[in-house]
Design a protein around this ligand. Structure first.
Ligand code: FAD
Length: 401
């Protein structure tokens, strides 16, 4: 009797949910489980706007992967995946090759700049701890520079995108920038924070009333919105926008792009048919032609609905965790020779924070705003840590204040 080799790629929400469930439902004799991830730590991607704004240190949003896995059952290998060979059932990494019987691909998201000229080069993004720390450092460096330059661009911040990440980031800036300004003896009224959004409206997942609440709150804190304003280029001065066929230069020394995500670009290299780093899965989360390969989290396009009306579920941490859990249960069923089940998403709602004390959201179908939403956001964040790491991790990493 041979132990099946299960290989899980990526220790984000999807990959860690898979592994922590597998280690509960499989015995050592059932399977040989290996988890591969680029870093030795897991980071809470949903807290990265706080890292980028400087309201938390990146280490607060991270924990060692070995603190949540049972090392008697799961082998953790810190390595970067470079290729997946589906037919040879082999994965290449910068630490050597790994073979598998069952593969779980959970390699997560990257920033997408839609080919906007100069965006990759000139804008910071909120994609992982490194890019988020770089964004925070850029803002701080420019504030420090202002002491000698007196150039208003050094205390101007341009944020590209008023989607979920952009709005949460702006919310955190309303908390961190007044403190940073006072640290450098700068008058907060002189600081300029401008959010530029191409679409005519923002936050499509929320009602007009909730969206208006968010805009009113952020504007009351001095943030300026330019909605319906496409960015056509980024350069060393800031963004170039186009309104009524006329191009205008918006100037700021700190420029952060938040408006696009895509799945890991490795997906296009290893899976034909992948679009923007996402692969369409079957309802059981395996892919066409390979019932031993599960694709989950932000690299998966799982369809909601049938035929013409089918749309992929949005990519969120909430779905990624549920997919991880589901993939683990299907793997157990597969090993037991039983029929695998189709995935269905149990939507508990979404809360968008506006700094530490304000927010908007829909929770179990009911709209919430203000302090109540901010409280619920902390519950959601703490729950995510608890679901993966149990009470001890929730105690050390949870947001109780
Ligand atoms: P990821 O979290 O991206 O994890 C992928 C893992 O794979 C990472 O550990 C990465 O290091 C690793 N990896 C990548 N490439 C390689 C490689 N080549 N080799 C080895 N390892 C690799 N969702 C919500 O549901 N609610 C929210 O409130 C919310 N807020 C958000 C706020 C922000 C600021 C951002 C940026 C996102 C937010 N999201 C939210 C979306 C959510 O973070 C993603 O949907 C979620 O992280 C996807 O989980 P994942 O496990 O698929 O991927």
């Amino acid at each position: 009797f041979e132990r099946k080799k299960i290989l899980v790629l990526g220790a984000g929400y999807a990959g860690l949910s898979t592994v922590t469930r597998l280690q509960k439902i499989l015995s050592f004799q059932d399977a040989d489980i290996t988890l591969i991830n680029k870093n030795e730590y897991h980071y809470e991607a949903t807290w990265l706007h706080q890292v980028a704004a400087g309201t938390i240190h990146w280490e607060e949003a991270a924990y060692p992967i070995t603190s949540v896995i049972n090392t008697q059952k799961v082998r953790f290998v810190p390595a970067e995946v470079t290729a997946i060979d589906r037919d040879a059932q082999r994965v290449e990494t910068n630490q050597g090759e790994f073979e598998y019987d069952i593969l779980v691909v959970a390699l997560g998201f990257e920033s997408e700049t839609f080919g906007i000229e100069g965006m990759d080069e000139y804008a910071e993004t909120i994609t992982n701890p490194e890019t988020s720390v770089a964004a925070r450092q850029e803002i701080e460096r420019n504030f420090a520079k202002y002491k000698t330059s007196n150039d208003p661009r050094d205390i101007s911040i341009l944020v590209g995108g008023a989607g979920f990440t952009g709005v949460e980031f702006l919310g955190e800036l309303t908390e961190s920038i007044p403190a940073l300004a006072s640290q450098y003896n700068i008058n907060y009224e002189d600081v300029k924070i401008t959010c530029v959004e191409a679409a005519p409206s923002m936050l499509p997942m929320f009602s007009d009333e909730l969206t208006q609440y968010a805009v009113d709150f952020l504007e009351s804190k001095g943030i300026e919105f330019k909605i319906g304003t496409p960015i056509v280029a980024a350069n060393e001065k800031g963004f170039v926008v186009k309104v009524n066929d006329e191009e205008t230069q918006l100037e700021a020394s700190s420029v952060i792009w938040t408006a696009g995500v895509r799945g890991n670009s490795l997906m296009e290299e290893s899976f034909e048919g992948a679009k923007r780093g996402r692969v369409i899965t079957k309802p059981d989360l395996t892919i066409e032609g390979y019932d031993n390969i599960f694709v989950i989290g932000d690299v998966a396009a799982v369809m909601n609905g049938e035929g013409e009306n089918a749309r992929p579920w949005p990519t969120t941490a909430q779905i990624a965790m549920q997919m991880g859990d589901h993939a683990a249960k299907n793997i157990k069923e597969k090993l037991d020779g039983e029929k695998m089940h189709g995935f269905s998403f149990d939507d508990k709602g979404t809360v968008c924070s506006l700094g530490p004390d304000e927010g908007i959201g829909v929770v179990f179908g009911r709209e919430v705003k203000g302090r109540r939403a901010a409280f619920l956001k902390r519950v959601v964040d703490t729950r995510a840590v608890f679901k993966i790491g149990g009470p001890f991790l929730a105690y050390s990493k949870g947001k109780f204040l």
